[in-house]
Design a binder for this molecule. Structure first.
Ligand SMILES: Cc1cc2nc3c(=O)[nH]c(=O)nc-3n(C[C@H](O)[C@H](O)[C@H](O)COP(=O)(O)OP(=O)(O)OC[C@H]3O[C@@H](n4cnc5c(N)ncnc54)[C@H](O)[C@@H]3O)c2cc1C
Length: 446
């Protein structure tokens, strides 16, 4: 009997399986398509490497690093440029680096800054148990900084509308600080004070990129799993059987003590028992388009930095532009540059319907305005992710609680991946760790 069956071989399922294996279990991963990696299918063409989904990771991280080490994944640190970020707002490009001087960056008016600085003293409780990110940050930091911050965070992480995104669902750690200390800033300071001093100096996490792109990382994780990664195997249904589970595939079935559905809710819904399917209902995804433009570096003069996020009144359609060749080694041929724009999401649903040529033109024009000189791409690529990025809209935290209750009635059935408790790779690793710990605890009890 296979003890653990994982449905879905995207980065979520692969990291979960690798963490189980690292801890001595023998998981099996059933993947519908012919390759590992899910939406993270790196495009390598004409010497350019374009990531249509995850493109970098912060390392070291306590949940992610041990998995990557065990699998033998090769990662390389980003260049120093990754430490500098830009915001395009109030009609100009503003650098935000890691120095204290960044606090003086003119991203909002002086009045807006003074109101933001008063955050620790603002006593203004939430009016609803789940606020939008826009309402939450505006309540804490004032309307100007709140709107800018909410827009940058919602666009940069979820391609979402900040007025729809649940602050608690999308950024729970930040809302916890406010719950604990009545202020985000005071919460940060309190945690810093209470944190025990590490025995040796802590290595600060920094941006890293996988060698061979995210598709290369997915392949490495699949190779680590060996024959336990089973491609071309769509799961039709998952049903309880005795004290365990039967996972039905086309013409075959697998029995398991534990099943992890590492697929987003809209895909999990059709393969689970009716009460779980009902609890999985009600979530939304939003399609996004990633557009890459490449050119000789002189025709695409990117600032030294990670990228730029655009503020609410910039008039741009792109939600952000990543300066791929500036921070990530190997993303463009020698002497060339690569920029990557992200369009669509629930922030701008109509952008997904634009033709590829129109999107390339838009990115070219908007990047020219951002860098302050005309850019002339000689290479371009458009990759669409459909149905798209899970949107943790208002109600997401309550939805998760209902889902947990429904899963509680089915011991051994779990969910993982970007549809639930964290949209990025480090969130996937955190969930992998949580599930593997649960399995260890269950194994100890039996
Ligand atoms: C534009 C964009 C930019 C991003 N940038 C970053 C970033 O910079 N950093 C970061 O950390 N993250 C980023 N992400 C998020 C990251 O890419 C995702 O967290 C991650 O790829 C999601 O992996 P997953 O396994 O949860 O889901 P998926 O990739 O959706 O994988 C699900 C898998 O399940 C399979 N499947 C579905 N149904 C079945 C079935 N019935 N049976 C068997 N298999 C099935 C699918 O074929 C698929 O392979 C970005 C995402 C996007 C779209």
């Amino acid at each position: 009997m296979n003890t653990i069956a994982i449905v879905g071989g995207g980065l979520g399922g692969l990291l979960t399986a690798a963490e189980f294996k690292r801890r001595g279990a023998e998981p099996i991963v059933l993947e519908a398509s012919d390759r590992p990696g899910g939406v993270a299918q790196t495009v390598v063409e004409d010497g350019f490497l374009l990531e249509p989904a995850a493109s970098s990771m912060l390392l070291p991280k306590p949940d992610l690093s041990p998995i990557l080490d065990a699998a033998g994944a090769q990662v390389t640190p980003a260049t120093e440029a990754a430490k500098t970020r830009y915001v395009y707002t109030r009609g100009r490009l503003i650098e935000i680096n890691e120095s204290p001087a960044a606090l003086l960056a003119p991203i909002v008016s002086v009045r807006g800054k003074l109101r933001a600085a008063a955050e620790p003293f603002v006593k203004h409780p939430a009016e609803a148990p789940e606020e939008s990110l826009l309402d939450f940050l505006s309540r804490r930091f004032g309307p100007e900084m709140g709107r800018l911050g909410a827009t940058l965070m919602a666009h940069g992480v979820f391609a979402a509308d900040p007025a729809d995104l649940s602050a608690r669902g999308a950024f729970p750690a930040m809302v916890d600080l406010d719950d604990e200390a009545g202020s985000i800033i005071r919460g940060v300071l309190r945690r810093r004070k209470e944190r025990p001093k590490p025995a040796s100096p802590k290595v600060r996490a920094s941006v890293h990129v996988p060698v061979g792109g995210m598709a290369g990382l997915a392949r490495t994780l699949a190779d680590y799993l060996g024959t336990a990664f089973v491609p071309n195997t769509p799961v039709k249904y998952v049903k309880p059987s005795g004290t365990g589970w039967v996972v039905e595939t086309e013409g075959d079935s697998v029995t398991a003590d534990m099943v992890v559905l590492a697929v987003p809710p809209h895909q999990a819904r059709s393969i689970t028992p009716p009460d779980v399917a009902e609890a999985l209902d009600g979530t939304q995804v939003a399609p996004v388009v990633v557009v890459g433009i490449g050119a000789p570096a002189s025709d695409l003069p990117l600032p030294e930095g990670f990228g730029v996020l655009v503020g609410p009144d910039s008039g741009f359609r792109t939600l952000g532009v990543l300066f791929e060749s500036a921070y990530a080694p190997g993303r463009a041929p020698e002497g060339f540059a690569l920029a990557k724009g992200i369009f669509g999401g629930s922030a701008d649903p109509a952008a997904f319907d634009l033709a590829d040529d129109a999107l390339v033109e838009l990115l070219t024009e908007e990047t020219s305005r951002i860098v302050g000189t005309p850019v002339r791409p000689t290479w371009s690529k458009t990759v669409r992710t459909f149905p798209g990025i899970p949107q943790y809209r208002i109600g997401h935290a309550a939805w998760l609680r209902r889902l947990d209750e429904a899963l509680g009635a089915h011991p051994g059935l779990h969910v993982a991946g970007w549809g639930y408790r964290g949209i990025g790779v480090s969130g996937l690793a955190k969930e992998a760790n949580r599930l593997a710990t649960l399995w260890e605890q269950q194994a100890e009890r039996t």
